[in-house]
Design a protein around this ligand. Structure first.
Ligand SMILES: [Zn+2]
Length: 210
């Protein structure tokens, strides 16, 4: 697999946004989200978030109906993040494991989202961005997770899959509770991602002040 650097060096942007990122007209990922611009090329994320890390969360076998009958495919779920407020998570399907991972890695970059962090814990009150800003829930395929702000030094009180996603998002301390078929790893991972996305999408009363 080629590294992100090699991909960026040989990148020929196909979109206007891609060209603006490559020539430096746009130099921060914050600008994209403030302007509501849609990312259509994964290299945009690699250029704007140079410290991006990638982890494979799950690989499963799925059946697909085709004209020729049933066909097995691999489905990979990949998470990417810079450990500082940006995370993306997506799946990719292909007949080879490696291609499924590559597709998922591209889709994860295209799904990248800012995560609002904070010190929402009444026990802490340090005001630093180490935890969740408030209690937030997410769901996917019958799985519901709730992320609860925690004090500094608590760590991530969550399952291994959730720790991986929260860590790449840059959340250091929080509690998590979950309901439903939490052993279905893809649904569980997407539920955690859904909760993280909501930290950015939900407008809280505090946003109206100032
Ligand atoms: Zn705190």
């Amino acid at each position: 697999m080629r590294s992100s650097n090699e991909k960026v060096e040989s990148w020929v942007p196909r979109t206007k946004l891609g060209k603006m990122v490559l020539d430096g007209t746009i130099s921060s990922i914050e600008e994209l989200f403030m302007e509501g611009l849609k990312i259509r090329e994964p290299e945009i994320v690699d250029v704007l978030l140079p410290g991006l890390q990638e982890e494979v969360i799950n690989i499963g076998l799925v059946q697909k109906q085709t004209d020729a009958g049933e066909k097995s495919q691999f489905r990979a779920v990949v998470v990417v993040g810079n450990r500082d407020g940006y995370v993306g998570l997506a799946s990719g399907k292909a007949s080879q494991v490696r291609s499924a991972i590559e597709k998922a890695a591209v889709n994860a970059r295209l799904s990248i989202t800012p995560v609002r962090r904070g010190c929402g814990s009444w026990e802490c009150g340090c005001g630093k961005h180490h935890s969740m800003p408030f209690k937030v829930s997410g769901e996917c395929g019958g799985v519901e997770v709730v992320l609860i702000p925690g004090p500094r030094g608590l760590g991530l009180v969550a399952s291994e899959t959730a720790k991986l996603i929260l860590g790449l998002a840059g959340v250091k301390d929080c509690w998590m509770t979950s309901y439903g078929s939490t052993r279905t790893v893809p649904s569980f991972a997407f539920a955690v991602f859904d909760a993280l996305k909501k930290t950015y999408l939900l407008v809280t009363p505090g946003d109206w002040v100032s």
